[in-house]
Design a binder for this molecule. Structure first.
Ligand code: 6MZ
Length: 347
């Protein structure tokens, strides 16, 4: 049973800024997808990394390939996106930035444009149905697919930025960090920036990305995903830290993901501590709540217990996350107001 302390993390309003759609599919939804496609012979144990289990990052990327086989039609995407949004809302998330890589699937007639439209339809339906959450969407560039696809994705995203009533707010750069080099993607990212898209870029998720991070920082990004190896103690550099600090670029930090994916050896060694001590904006996120079997309340609780944060400090983290979001100013103000109304009496 939940203790009072557990309830605190569930009850406080939260902001989720780093969630990959297909990595966020819950066990229950996964079972439904598997039942729809029995011929694939996929077992739900193969799509999640449970408590105490670890995988290499490379193995995590194999898991995404399996999930992509299960989510390959408009119908699947609509179901998956709606249930992911509802699950975040049920966990107390009041503002969500979801991200996903548009895919085309000739088998089912899915195009990249329809992929994005279907995610937007899911967001719209949740709103119509009164789910208590504001959702924005970041279109993801998978670095594995190279510069041409990246440019194509940016152009597609520009169209949606103009036609989605402000739901499409930015671009994510993600995918296996050991594949490809960010320098080849700079023209696409530069174009996105010039068009007014916000940039949330995975950076230094593995140690070999130092030079790439230096290049990407010149854009500069609006937020950094992971940033595990940016600081000097992790093989990064003072100059990287100085730049990020001067520009005050928020970091999206995903503790469970990094520990289960073995880029961080244990929770207490997580780089949250380094950046938090410097009073740098840190946003706790889930990354892939389905694959890593977590939720945002759990990430808050884990961070608090690992680093000895008071409930007041946890509250400040959740409030600060509003200001790190890509929401327009008016929505940020509305969320701040909401937080004031929902502030637990025990604080
Ligand atoms: C980098 C990641 C990731 O886009 O199909 N993705 N990229 N690092 C990570 N750390 C574990 N976790 C997920 O969601 C799955 C895709 O998100 C990216 C990968 O490109 C993965 O294929 P979507 O919704």
């Amino acid at each position: 049973m939940d203790t009072e302390a557990d309830l605190f993390y569930r009850q406080i309003p939260k902001v989720e800024l780093h969630a990959h759609l297909n990595g966020s599919v819950s066990f229950a939804t996964m079972e439904k997808l598997i039942a729809r496609k029995p011929h694939l012979n996929i077992e739900s144990s193969g799509t999640a990394i449970r408590s105490g289990q670890r995988r290499t990052l490379a193995e995590c990327f194999e898991v995404f390939k399996v999930i992509h086989q299960l989510v390959d039609s408009e119908e699947d995407i609509l179901m998956v996106a709606k249930s992911v949004i509802e699950e975040f809302a049920a966990d107390g998330v009041k503002y969500l930035e979801l991200r996903s890589t548009p895919r085309e699937e000739p088998k089912t007639g899915l195009s990249k444009r329809r992929y994005i439209e279907t995610v937007l339809e899911a967001i719209h339906q949740c709103k119509q149905e009164g789910v208590d959450i504001d959702v924005r969407f970041l279109v993801a560039v998978d670095r594995r697919n190279g510069p041409e696809v990246a440019m194509e994705t940016v152009k597609l995203t520009e169209d949606f930025m103009l036609s989605s009533d402000g739901v499409v707010v930015g671009l994510d750069l993600s995918g296996d960090p050991t594949v490809g080099h960010g320098k080849d993607l700079l023209p696409a990212l530069q174009r996105a920036r010039n068009s007014g898209l916000k940039l949330a870029l995975h950076m230094s998720e593995v140690p070999s990305q130092k030079e790439e991070s230096e290049l990407l920082l010149d854009l500069p990004p609006d937020r950094i995903g992971h940033g595990t190896f940016l600081h000097p103690e992790a093989g990064g550099s003072d100059s990287l830290v100085d730049k990020i600090s001067k520009l005050n670029i928020p970091l999206e930090l995903c503790l469970t993901s990094n520990v289960k994916g073995q880029t961080v050896p244990s929770y207490d060694k997580h780089h949250f501590q380094y950046w938090y001590e410097r009073q740098h904006p840190c946003v706790l996120c889930t990354d892939d709540k389905g694959v890593f079997c977590t939720d945002l309340s759990q990430e808050y609780q884990l961070t608090a217990s690992t680093f000895g944060l008071s409930q007041e400090a946890v509250w400040s983290l959740s409030l600060q996350a509003i200001h790190c979001s890509f929401a327009p100013e008016a929505l940020k103000q509305k969320l701040v107001q909401r937080w004031a109304e929902l502030r637990p009496h025990i604080l």
